[in-house]
Design a protein around this ligand. Structure first.
Ligand SMILES: Nc1ncnc2c1ncn2[C@@H]1O[C@H](COP(=O)(O)OP(=O)(O)OP(=O)(O)O)[C@@H](O)[C@H]1O
Ligand SMILES: O=C(O)[C@H](O)COP(=O)(O)O
Length: 405
């Protein structure tokens, strides 16, 4: 087991990994549940007299969502209720100067850690521990805290490197989400288990589906995930999003093979959209059958009404419903119908229910579906999927290894 922040000595200088990865709309970073959850851990730490420097990422190199963390510091400050400083450097001189000035109760956000070469380098945890990023920052702090459960599935330097060389602890979010999500994997259900899968991270979703044969009886697909499955059946539909470029173009052949294998294996246990919705000329919602999608293949932002009606009975007859990813762009009200329609059915059904995904879990509060109607809202997407399949999480393995040293 790993150590947690309950095991920390008082008034330490802490280097903490959090996950503030959020949607970016025309350059404006959007608040999501992750800020509020991490703010609770941060508030607790500064109340205890610690000084905290935060490492986090935003987007992936080359994407529109790959921006600095300046706005994240402001959003976080609102949630913590205290000043949160930002420095436009991760481990350069400017960052080291700002770190040197940190005093008890201070919070500092370091620059997007994916803007360093070391973060995403293909290395073992031990090699990450020897990187410039780790070797430069580690001596400036007493301990490392990882609160980023939702990025725990990525074996990156800020996640697996620091525990190689520092005393390391799990934050509240890390510990709570780990405990809850791991417990889902061990649960036995008497009746039907349905999984609603959508969103844009098709590779994460398909990889998880390959390992959920025993656990899930019915898969209901939507979002970009659903569109790529439809494309593999010959429908002209689908688009590359900032989170998944290449899926539709250069790596399509490879993806198509994997999708076909999954479809062959599950057959009727996979439900696909029969209709989809796009924006009409006057901004109105236009719903079309998937057979008619070829004229506007890259414009569909939601599943259609008939699809929702076909999905709802599956939910109502289920003992457990596990959701990951949105069925449409729920951030725009006219394209929230699919996600909200299915989630409302989950809320009204007396089933065990979990909604995962940093963005998707926000739908519940955004559309007043009642947090109390769901057993667990996870701010994690990929890590939650991995936990469901029983796969290990590199962040947790690194924290456990550090605790044993
Ligand atoms: N048809 C679509 N076109 C574009 N984006 C879509 C479509 N359907 C769903 N989405 C987007 O999917 C996102 C949510 O799902 P996704 O799995 O990508 O993220 P998540 O819930 O935050 O999970 P994670 O934590 O893994 O990032 C929403 O922001 C939504 O706008
Ligand atoms: O939003 C997420 O799911 C995590 O922050 C991981 O981001 P990534 O999929 O870009 O690694």
């Amino acid at each position: 087991m790993f150590n947690t922040i309950d095991d920390l000595e008082p008034e330490q200088r802490l280097l903490m990994r959090v996950d503030l990865n959020a949607p970016v709309d025309d350059g404006a970073v959007q608040d999501n549940r992750r800020f509020a959850r991490h703010a609770e851990t941060i508030a607790e730490l500064i109340d205890d007299g610690h000084a905290v420097a935060l490492m986090a990422h935003q987007g992936r190199p080359g994407r529109d969502t790959f921006v600095t963390l300046e706005q994240h510091a402001d959003i976080l400050a609102d949630h913590v209720g205290e000043d949160v400083d930002y420095v436009p450097s991760t481990y350069g001189d400017e960052a080291l100067d700002a770190i040197a000035e940190l005093e008890s109760g201070d919070v500092l956000v370091l620059e997007n850690v994916r803007m360093t070469d070391d973060e995403l380098a293909d290395r073992t945890p031990e090699e990450h521990g020897e990187s410039d990023l780790v070797q430069t920052l580690a001596p400036e702090f007493d301990a490392y805290v990882n609160d980023g459960y939702s990025v725990a599935h990525r074996p990156h330097a800020s996640i697996v490197g620091f525990p190689q060389v520092m005393d390391s602890y799990a934050g509240r979010v890390m510990a709570e989400e780990y405990e809850y999500n791991t417990s889902i994997e061990r649960r036995e259900f008497d009746g039907k288990v349905t999984m609603v899968l959508g969103g844009t991270k098709v590779e994460d979703v398909v990889a998880a589906m390959e390992n959920l044969d025993e656990k899930v009886d019915q898969f209901l697909l939507g979002g970009i995930v659903g569109q790529l499955f439809l494309r593999s059946e010959g429908y002209e539909i689908g688009i590359d999003t900032p989170e998944g470029p290449g899926l539709y173009d250069e790596s399509w052949d490879e993806n198509e093979d994997t999708i076909r294998e999954v479809k062959e294996r599950y057959g009727d246990r996979i439900s696909l959209p029969v209709d989809v919705a796009r924006e009409g000329e006057d901004g109105e919602r236009v719903t079309e059958r998937v057979e008619d999608a070829a004229d506007h293949p890259d414009e569909y932002l939601d599943v259609g009404e008939e699809t929702v009606e076909a999905y709802q009975p599956h939910v109502r007859e289920s003992e457990a419903v596990l959701v990951k990813g949105a069925l449409g762009v729920f951030e725009m009200e006219q394209f929230s119908h699919g996600t909200v329609g299915v989630l409302r059915a989950v809320a009204e059904t007396d089933c065990y229910s979990v909604v995962g995904g940093g963005d998707t879990s926000r739908t519940v509060t955004m559309y007043d579906l009642g947090e109390e109607n769901f057993d667990h809202l996870s701010i994690a997407g990929g890590a939650y999927l991995r936990a469901l399949t029983g796969a290990p999480l590199p962040a947790v393995e690194a924290l456990e290894a550090a605790a044993e040293r």
